[in-house]
Design a binder for this molecule. Sequence first.
Ligand code: BEZ
Length: 209
Amino acid sequence: MGIRLGDQAPNFTADTTEGTIDFHQWKAGSWAVLFSHPADFTPVCTTELGRTAALKEEFARRGVKVIAVSVDPVGSHRSWAPDIAEVGGTELNFPIIADPDRTVSQLYDMIHPGEGDTSTVRSVFIIDPANRVRLTLTYPKSVGRNFGEILRVIDALQLTDRAPVSTPVDWAPGDRIIVSPAMPTEEARQRFEDVEEVRPYLRWARQPA
Ligand code: BEZ
């Protein structure tokens, strides 16, 4: 069975472009994005890793460390790094795991045999500081991911951890939030600003700090 939301993110030791890491020690109380790509020297992957490098400050200001994985060896990752830097406009600034024996890929169920070969599909795991898996995404090899969406869901997860709220359809930071159905409207009016009751179960409010 694959990894489900709320599961403990499995730990592993792996070779990366930044040396050998123990995953839980490497993330050490931070949020983490662990994402797989099918292969080195492929076009979509080059754009995705380039974008990730360019977003370093965005991830850092949310307290998030990023790490990529593919089944190619570390020497291949290192040879590919200049292409990623040129395409993305930023030096590679996060580790890429080399997983030629498929240890990490199998642990995280990143190889989907129906998708053509024994390389990884485009999986994303967002993992919280307590090492719980909080969000998973799986894209096919032919479709590049939207890293703006990955930042958006991190913002939503961090907000909904801080306050008893949910984020509505297409929410973006600064938009109104939805008050938790467990909270009575009177209490919501004391706790949040601009509370609007549209239905007894749907109360909007201004996003709390
Ligand atoms: C790519 O990154 O462009 C790619 C990799 C594997 C299969 C299809 C596309």
